[in-house]
Design a protein around this ligand. Structure first.
Ligand SMILES: Cc1cc2nc3c(=O)[nH]c(=O)nc-3n(C[C@H](O)[C@H](O)[C@H](O)COP(=O)(O)OP(=O)(O)OC[C@H]3O[C@@H](n4cnc5c(N)ncnc54)[C@H](O)[C@@H]3O)c2cc1C
Length: 363
């Protein structure tokens, strides 16, 4: 048994801590604020393979994420925390991605899910989509593909995982800002240094900051990209995924707690600034909704807004093309996590634990 410190109480830190405790280690998790208080509660609430990442050629990530999606759906203690969700990708005349390209994409998505699939994609005619009652604009609508992904309550599901970690023996320490970490297993808080057999830096968008504050070179660079959402006081029978007119981007419109969640955006920002949905982003998301739905929404229909900063691996000039997979970097007894989707936290945690065990074997 080894003594391991994990820095960061988002979904990745919590899942790593839980996995290490199940392997018999004595784990202490330090979170600067409250558990699940940062990026991990500001997601689009999807447990998904990420059908659009197929365009970036991230087949390995999508396959892994589809297996992780199944893991969450099987382990979540209550359907309110995670459940399957039907999502339709409508195709309009002049769409950037035509019907047959989308057919190929969804067939690949089903194949990559394999036994973890939630049902094969299906083509719906324009008439069938219009009958759905969500008020999609009919003009130019050719039809759409319906597929199934998972939807979660990211905050409550993350806190459930933290509870499981605690039950497995993890000491969860909130309001504990780690000032420095060391390649020798040192963790400095409140000016005092404690020694561990190993340390995991799972500080999400702040992982690079923590290394810099510790005088360590990161090796991997993060691209920190804000994503904002708005919630409308309108019901929706199923989710939708729309192309943003004139852009390569897509935006989700999803049923969420009796309202309609719309997101997201991609705006580079430093993780040191507060993540907030700007007036421009709200306007962009409302314009997207109004482009596709017949009954226009105005700022008066917006009942909530939230934003988070994605920790992406810096890999492209356009953040939309940035890789969504995660990476690890090692400095002696310190393992740092870069990136990682909410959905893939179980795989990331298993891989981190393998690396930690290999590192500890050479103590
Ligand atoms: C807008 C948006 C939408 C998204 N949608 C989805 C989605 O639908 N599905 C999906 O799978 N993924 C989604 N993601 C990605 C996913 O939310 C993140 O990749 C994931 O939550 C990152 O988790 P994390 O634990 O690495 O980071 P975080 O949740 O940010 O956790 C890091 C924690 O470290 C703490 N910390 C930082 N520095 C210190 C320190 N020095 N000492 C102690 N603690 C520290 C922070 O307070 C924070 O709580 C989305 C992300 C965004 C921004």
């Amino acid at each position: 048994m080894a003594a391991v410190a994990v820095v960061g109480g988002g979904v990745n830190g919590v899942m790593i801590a839980w996995t290490l405790a199940r392997r018999g280690h004595a784990v202490t998790l330090y979170e600067r604020d409250a558990l699940m208080g940062a990026t991990s509660r500001a997601s689009s609430k999807l447990l998904h393979g990420g059908v659009r990442y197929l365009e970036n050629g991230e087949f390995g990530l999508v396959k892994k994420a589809l297996a992780d999606r199944a893991w969450w759906l099987a382990h979540a203690p209550d359907p309110a925390l995670a459940h399957p969700l039907s999502i339709v990708w409508p195709i309009y005349r002049g769409a950037r991605r035509g019907r047959w390209l989308m057919k190929a994409g969804f067939a690949l998505y089903d194949a990559l899910a394999g036994a973890a699939g939630l049902g094969r994609h299906r083509w719906l005619t324009a008439a069938a989509l219009a009958e759905g009652g969500d008020g999609l604009k009919r003009e130019g609508l050719r039809g759409g593909y319906r597929y199934v992904d998972g939807q979660m309550d990211d905050y409550r599901l993350g806190l459930w995982a933290a509870g499981e970690a605690r039950n497995a023996g993890v000491a969860l320490v909130e309001h504990a800002n780690v000032e420095r970490v060391g390649a020798d297993g040192a963790v400095t808080l409140h000016g005092e240094t404690r020694r561990f057999d190993a340390v995991v830096n799972a500080a999400g968008p702040w992982a690079e900051r923590l290394l810099a504050a510790s005088g360590l070179a990161a090796g991997v660079q993060l691209d920190t990209v804000r994503g904002s959402h708005i919630v409308l006081d309108r019901t929706l029978s199923q989710g939708y995924l729309f192309e943003v007119p004139g852009e390569r981007r897509v935006v989700f419109v999803l049923p969420w707690q009796g309202g309609t969640l719309i997101g997201t955006t991609e705006v580079r920002q430093s993780p040191d600034e507060a993540a907030e949905c700007s007036a421009d982003e709200e306007g962009y998301l409302l314009a997207l909704y109004n482009h596709y739905f017949a009954a226009p929404a105005t700022p008066a229909d917006v009942v909530a807004r939230f934003a988070g900063v994605r920790p992406l691996i810096r890999s492209a000039a356009d953040p939309n093309r940035a890789l969504r997979d995660y990476r690890f970097a090692r400095h002696g007894r310190l393992l740092t996590v870069f990136g990682g989707k909410w959905t893939t936290a179980p795989s990331l945690a298993a891989e981190a634990a393998e690396r930690l065990d290999a590192l500890l074997a050479h103590r």
